[in-house]
Structure formats: C-alpha cells, structure tokens
Design a protein around this ligand. Structure first.
Ligand SMILES: Nc1ncnc2c1ncn2[C@@H]1O[C@H](COP(=O)(O)OP(=O)(O)OP(=O)(O)O)[C@@H](O)[C@H]1O
Ligand SMILES: [Mg+2]
Length: 330
C-alpha cells in the first residue's frame, strides 16, 4: 500500500483519491480487521503527511504514542480526544488563512498548490468515544456531544481544500453513534468482517439496499469498499504477514512530514474573512464539486466493468466460435 499526491492505493485496482473524495468511514464487527487496516493506513499516509491518532479504548493504537514519530500525536482520554478534534478544526482554519496569505493565492486551489502536506485525524472505536462524552456542559469547551458535533460538522464539509482529513472506525455506524451530518460526508466507506444487513445499509447507504453483501466467515480483513463513487466493491485489506512486527516497523518510522502553521496568528478580522470566504457558499460549491466527481468516478467504474465483460466475451467466444466453425467444416 502506498500513498502519493492525494491518493492512496488500498488494493490492486482500488485507489482512494482522498484529495477529491475526502474522509473515510471504517465499519465491521469485532475482529474484522479495522485496527489492522488502520495500521496499514498509518504506515502509508504517514509518509505523505502527518497522522493524528485517537484510541479511546486504549487498546492497540495507543502504544504508538511511545514511538518517536508519533510523539504528541496519540491520545486516549476523553478530554484529550475532544481537544484533538478541536485542534483539527483550528488547524483547518489556520491552514486556510496560511493559504490566503500566500502571494500565489488563487481561489479554488487546494493545499498542494502551496506545497503543503496533508493532515490525517484517525479515530478508532468512535462509538466508545461518543459513549463517554458528557450529557451536559456549560461552555463550548465542555466535552459534550453537542459541542463535538458543532465543531466537527463544518470540518467534514470544508476541510478538503485545506488538506485535513478524517478517518473514523466503529463497530456500528448507526446514527446513535455517528450523526448523519458526519457519516454522509465521509466519502470513502470500508466494511471489514461481518456486518448485519442493517450494518451494510448504514455503511454504504440506503441506495445499496438490494445489493447482496456476503459475509465470509473467518476471513479477516475481507469486506467491501466504496472509494466515494457510490459503488461498493469487494475488498481485501492489505495482508499483514504472520512474522511482521508492527512495533519494529513503527518504532523505526521517520518523523512524519507536516506544514508548520503555528506562527499563523488569527485576529478577529481574519476570522471574519474566513467566515466570508469559507462560509455557506463555499460549502455549497464543495458539495457540488464532490457530487460531480462522484458521478464521474461512478461512470468510470461502470465503463471499466463493461470493458472487462466485453473483453471476456470476445476473448472466449470469438476463438470458440472459430474453432467450432472449422470443426463443423472438417
Ligand atoms: N489485514 C490483516 N492481515 C493479517 N491479519 C489480520 C488482518 N486484519 C485482521 N487480522 C487478524 O485479525 C485480528 C483482529 O483484527 P483487528 O484487531 O484489526 O479487528 P478489529 O476490527 O479492530 O476488532 P475490534 O472491533 O474488536 O477492535 C488481528 O489480531 C489479526 O490477527
Ligand atoms: Mg480494533
């Protein structure tokens, strides 16, 4: 698996263009391979940009925090994860302002145009995080579900151009654990292992109701993927060999590249400016662009499929026809 220039190859013939169809939802029952898939994502996305990790169950990913490349980037406590989400939003705003202040600033260009590196925020066990949030809180920094959603909802709608991406993994994807305002804007959808019929619908959407998803028992890391085109296809997560040592791999990983925007000061005027430029109209345009891209990719997948089917038909039947023809002649 490798990542470059705004896309990552997840399997032969399966590429997620995160710069185009941003954010990812990973679902699947226990033991399906979500966390292993996240390891593979970290290994490849961490070469292109910086990966921030939240592991609310302090289960597997939390250990990465001990390694040099991940210092200060891995969190587990409720408050820390909440702050990491706020940090993502702040980072997006600062990056927008950084872009805006460049001499070469050109409307509509994304972060890459300014030589910036992408930032990925990965949350494993999303439902576990939601379940520990406070019911009530007094101010906007209180760790409540309301505050969380009101800060991250704009992020999934706007952050594409700024190069900030969200990747969430959860066993269940019902609206009780992930509001549809977020879920529906995570363009790439991956299911791993077994899911209930409802689980598939919640992952891939209502339109896929009549597609027959097959649960193959005992096959870890197998499932389905929709890279954002609205077409789920079979998927095998990158196989991790038996002898592969994650600890060794990640402990030797070099520091992840990132664009330092810590010097960017945000005045009240700047905030107003950002609200103007990246407000409702910007969001609307983003939605239009994304749905156009989605249509194009869907068409492409359909053509590829038709192409393959035609080729199969002609390869097989044409020579067979000839053979039969001569056989009958002789
Ligand atoms: N891509 C893979 N290659 C090799 N083995 C895998 C792969 N994916 C999963 N496995 C095996 O399956 C086990 C469970 O995978 P993993 O921990 O990723 O599941 P999970 O979906 O995160 O489960 P949970 O929801 O309980 O956290 C792993 O410990 C590993 O042995
Ligand atoms: Mg897991």
């Amino acid at each position: 698996m490798n990542a470059e220039s705004g896309k990552v190859k997840l399997m032969n013939g399966v590429v997620w263009e995160y710069d185009e169809l941003p954010h990812m939802l990973i679902t699947g029952g226990t033991g399906g391979g979500k966390t292993y898939f996240i390891y593979a994502l970290i290994a490849s996305l961490g070469i292109e940009g910086r990966v921030h990790i939240a592991d609310p169950k302090k289960a597997d990913l939390a250990d990465l925090g001990n390694f040099k490349a991940f210092k200060g980037l891995v969190v587990s406590d409720k408050k820390e994860i909440f702050e990491q989400m706020q940090e993502a939003v702040e980072l997006m705003d600062k990056r927008f302002l950084y872009m805006k202040k460049q001499k070469i600033y050109t409307i509509g260009k994304n972060y890459r145009y300014y030589g910036m590196k992408p930032e990925f925020f990965i949350v494993d066990e999303w439902a576990a995080f939601i379940s520990v949030l406070d019911k009530y809180g007094r101010d906007e920094n209180a760790c409540t579900e309301e505050n969380l959603y009101s800060s991250i909802s704009p992020l999934v709608l706007k952050a594409r151009q700024a190069g900030v991406f969200f990747i969430l993994a959860t066993q269940k994807a019902g609206t009780d654990v992930i509001r549809s305002a977020i879920r529906d804007n995570l363009m790439c959808k991956v299911s791993l292992g077994r899911l209930s019929e409802q689980g598939y619908i919640m992952t891939f959407g209502d339109e896929q109701k009549n597609k027959s998803f097959i649960n193959k028992y005992g096959v870890k890391g197998r499932g389905y993927i929709d890279v954002g085109a609205g077409v789920p296809q079979e998927f095998y997560s990158p196989l991790v060999e038996k002898g592969f040592d994650f600890v060794e791999h990640f402990s030797n990983m070099p520091s992840m590249p990132y664009t330092d925007v810590s010097d960017v000061e945000m005045t009240e005027e700047d905030k107003e400016l950002l609200n103007d430029v990246y407000g409702d109209q910007f969001i609307e345009e983003e939605q239009e662009k994304i749905s156009m891209l989605q249509g194009e990719r869907r068409e492409q997948i359909r053509k590829d499929k038709d192409g393959k089917a035609e080729k199969l038909l002609s390869d097989v039947s044409y020579s067979d026809q000839l053979k039969n023809y001569y056989r009958e002649l002789s």
